[in-house]
Design a protein around this ligand. Structure first.
Ligand SMILES: Nc1ncnc2c1ncn2[C@@H]1O[C@H](COP(=O)(O)OP(=O)(O)OP(=O)(O)O)[C@@H](O)[C@H]1O
Length: 536
């Protein structure tokens, strides 16, 4: 199996920032000085195995497993031999399990004849996709295999960042109710191979994950994994952060919640919902096996989170929000949960477009790194200040307001709803659509399908910000009784629907959105790193 070759070509398993094998492995025997590999990498073991039907000279170093077919000696300069004898390699950081390979005809037979060692490995495929695979090292000697097997075990045990125990929260209602099947058919078998202990809870109602994470013994787990869509993942992220605040002695309605502490354990997101924006933004692709392998390999990256609060009271933690068209569309879709996910999404978009109406708002925002120079200009009067000279204030009729801490990649916006922001660049994208005609607004929505010029419209404004406050100015909105009924039932007080990570949040007054850089660790590798590795 051609996994990687030394020299010109970059390994299919390649990537930046090679980790050395853990310390335990480094205590193994030293390489004989005549080995060429020993010059750059410490050799742990050397032996002969059959790999892919060729007898190979196999070398295990602190970073990689390297092998080269053993060929009969040929005259020097034989180019055919040079090509076929090229060394192949596998990086140790891409191995996630090792087992002894035995021939057992019947399961009850117990230990069958030893055939060799099987390595379970992660392969990098196109479009940031990861795939699990195996590499068989065939050798019938028990002693030989035992030495190698124990060495691989030592190496794997030394990857301390990899989880050993996970709390799994599974929403059986996500998308077309396939989360349970996705988990038991695709995720659990890989976690088992990797030897990860799991404790699964199938959620029974909205808010179940939140109440469960309030009580459960979190210290027993190295991480929490959510199998579901954006609503579920966001609920679990909110629950983990809320729990961290409580553990740190903070109350949700105190000012201190606006300077929150980090979540205690990383969160993994297995995409099984209808839109999967979070998983897509995290991995560059919404792919179950990719998400699972990132968890198994212990890839984590810190991600920026927003607090949504009103009058100093925390409403929730989240990654992205839409107010106006985006909020109303979700409110309509939620009213029609009995429809299939695609049907209700299309229905809600069409209905919200048919009733397209701007919100009269005041939006104040704190631009990222507002410089003293900028403050001076504000002080001189343009535009209006809300008391603190660093804040910009704009007023008017807005069709949609998006506030996004992550790029929000999805199938309808492959470049992201906020293509210029990153998962942890310490800023949010504020994208404002001012009032315009329906055809112009539709043109803007359609532009998301392309990868450039999404915001090249006179009615769109984009800002890079740290904080935003949205004050709806018309608190007794003059919508028709029909609209009132469709959006909010018979609520006596008018509330404004917000779409926070695909979850409906209804608020009657102003909302303050504040960015908190790198507040939670999510299982995944930064897509920039993945793309850089591909370019390399
Ligand atoms: N057993 C359950 N019954 C009903 N709702 C549930 C249950 N378990 C969880 N929920 C709630 O369902 C909501 C939506 O779920 P989820 O986001 O997983 O699916 P989705 O809406 O199909 O996907 P997406 O958000 O990606 O479009 C979440 O807010 C979650 O709290």
């Amino acid at each position: 199996m051609p996994l990687g070759r030394r020299g010109g070509r970059v390994s299919a398993l390649g990537g930046e920032g090679d980790e050395e094998a853990p310390r335990a492995a480094a205590a193994a025997p030293r390489a004989s000085p005549q080995q060429p590999e020993a010059a750059s990498e410490q050799v742990l073991l050397r032996g002969i195995f059959e790999i892919g039907r060729s007898s190979c000279d196999v070398v295990l170093t602190v970073r990689a497993l390297r092998w080269r077919p053993i060929e009969p000696e040929r005259p020097t300069g034989d180019s055919k031999c040079d090509l076929s004898c090229k060394e192949e390699f596998l990086k140790l950081k891409d191995i996630f399990s090792v087992k002894l390979k035995r021939r057992t005809l019947l399961p009850q037979e117990g230990n069958g004849t030893l055939l060799g060692i099987t390595l379970f490995i992660c392969l990098k495929k196109e479009q940031n996709k990861l795939k699990d695979s195996t590499l068989d090292l065939i050798n019938l000697s028990e002693d030989h295999c035992d030495i190698w097997y124990r060495q691989f075990k030592k190496i794997l045990a030394g990857f301390s960042n990899r989880p050993k125990s996970l709390k799994i929260l599974l929403n059986p209602q996500s998308h077309k109710k396939e989360a349970t099947q996705v988990y038991y058919e695709k995720v659990e078998p890989l976690l088992k191979i990797a030897g990860i202990k799991t404790d699964v809870t199938i959620t029974e109602y909205e808010g179940h994950a939140l109440s469960l994470l309030k009580e459960c013994e979190l210290q027993e787990f190295d991480g929490v994994v959510c199998v579901g869509g954006d609503g579920s993942a966001s609920e679990v992220a909110h629950a983990l952060l809320l729990r961290a605040q409580r553990s740190a002695g903070m109350e949700a309605d105190s000012d201190s919640i606006l300077t929150p502490v980090r979540a205690q354990v990383p969160l993994g997101i297995i995409p099984a919902g209808s839109t999967n924006v979070l998983a897509h933004s995290l991995h560059g692709i919404a792919h179950v096996v990719t998400a699972t392998l990132h968890i198994i390999l212990g890839h984590v990256q810190p991600v920026d989170v927003c607090t949504f609060s009103t009058a100093g009271r925390l409403l929730r933690f989240g990654f992205s929000a839409m107010f106006g068209f985006g909020g109303k569309t979700l409110a309509l879709a939620e009213k029609h949960r009995w429809m299939s996910p695609n049907q209700r999404r299309d229905f809600a978009v069409i209905k919200a477009l048919a009733k397209l109406k701007p919100e009269d708002c005041e939006i104040s925002f704190l631009p990222l790194n507002s410089s003293p120079d900028l403050q001076e200009r504000k002080a001189q009067g343009s535009p209006k200040s809300d008391g603190d000279a660093r804040w910009h204030v704009i007023q008017g009729q807005f069709l949609n307001v998006s506030i996004m801490a992550i790029p929000c990649l999805c199938s309808v916006a492959p470049g992201g709803l906020a293509p210029n922001t990153r998962l942890n660049n310490g800023s949010m994208a504020l994208i404002i659509a001012r009032n315009t005609s329906r055809p112009e607004f539709i043109k803007h929505l359609k532009r998301y399908a392309s990868v450039k010029n999404q915001f090249n419209f006179p009615f769109i404004e984009t800002y890079t910000v740290e904080e935003v406050k949205v004050y709806p100015r018309n608190k007794t909105r003059a919508h028709s009784p029909e609209e009132e009924d469709q959006l909010h039932g018979t609520a006596s007080e008018t509330s404004f629907p917000w779409n926070v990570d695909g979850d409906l949040m209804e608020v009657t007054s102003e909302v303050h959105v504040k960015l908190h850089p790198r507040l939670i660790d999510l299982y995944g590798e930064s897509t920039e790193e993945m793309n850089d590795a591909k370019v390399t």
